[in-house]
Design a protein around this ligand. Sequence first.
Ligand code: GUN
Ligand code: FE
Length: 426
Amino acid sequence: MNTENTRILKGDICYSTDKDTLITVENGYLVCENGISAGVFQKLPEAYMGLFVEDFTGHLIIPGLTDLHMHAPQYAFRGFKMDLELLDWLNSSAFPEEARYEDEEYARAAYSIFVNDLRKSGTTRGCFFATLHLPATEILMELLEESGLETMVGKVNMDRNCPDYLREKDAETSAALTLSWLERTAGKFQHTKPILTPRFIPACSDELMRRLADIQKSYGLPVQSHLSENPGEIAWVQELVPQSRFYGDAYDLFGLFGGDVPTIMAHCVHCLPEEMDLMEQRGVYIAHCPQSNANLTSGAAPVRAFLDRNMKVGLGSDIAGGTVLSIFRAMAESIQVSKLRARLTGDGLKPLSMQEAFFLGTKGGGSFFGNAGSFEAGYQCDALVLDESRIPHPQKLTLAERLERYIYLSGDDWILHKYVQGRKLF
Ligand code: GUN
Ligand code: FE
């Protein structure tokens, strides 16, 4: 044991071991060695006696949160023009805003605002879409690296069905730009990794998908995209890729749908049973984005069915389909949306519980990064120390009650301290 690199946090500790199990340890100790958890203890083990303890007695300590899906360039216009469905919203809002990132000065200004807010939030890890622009994407990566967060960033690929001002000339150009981006950023960052990002099937030609699959293989990159978000979009994919059996199959035909390729698909609101079978088989991650799905009238994803199948699920803010960065809020909304869905469809899928939503926002999404999102021994020490002094209560509450209240009140502004891999950000 190297005592210099040992960090001990004392407080009211909550973490998930699986979707049904919330561990709570009042006045416990979280021990981190070299950024890795050595475990949570009710009594400090002999070996650590005498070492400095960061004493947060009375405060909740929870794992850092993971935002599995968001669009960094859309942060500046969150909350505008929300009365449209996906395809109209993309054309009228998302695409014109993303086009601004051709301007490096605008990109730096806007991305600085985003990263500054993200750093203060409960999010310690995230997978982000940038735009198709190389310089702006590199600026985002630089800012995220400086922030100390653990992230994956994707230069977006899009070579069809987009306005001229935001479309790569052809598949060859899009692939060449991707290679150039990978080469320019190779080895430059420690905490900011590239992730291959075909925007979605409507915006990517077959030829582009083939070329991206080659790039994926040679660089061993993870992949992020969108799946089965909106009925109009799904019908369009069937026309564009007529040989596909369902939307997910249109990715699978090109070898970009899980298996050896770590893959995140955002939304999955309207997945067919065959589609879920394939995702389950291939270990495809679902980024559930309840707020975006409500804002863009996309629907309510059957998260209970995903969990019953033991599929891999995390939460996403999907800014600017979603309007707030808070993954606490995404937890609460995942429960609320599941309750509405249960009542309105009557399909027998039980609403999510607080424990399940907490799991989704911590270990569920965190596991895309390996051992992250929990305090079990061997996990990365990403931790939040929460301040409840603004929400005093006349009774003594249990840790689970306090956690539930914090989730429903979405206390991103009340975070006292934040650690990523044992590094203290504030
Ligand atoms: N599908 C393709 N692009 C987008 C996007 O920017 N946001 C959302 N919500 N869905 C998409
Ligand atoms: Fe999205």
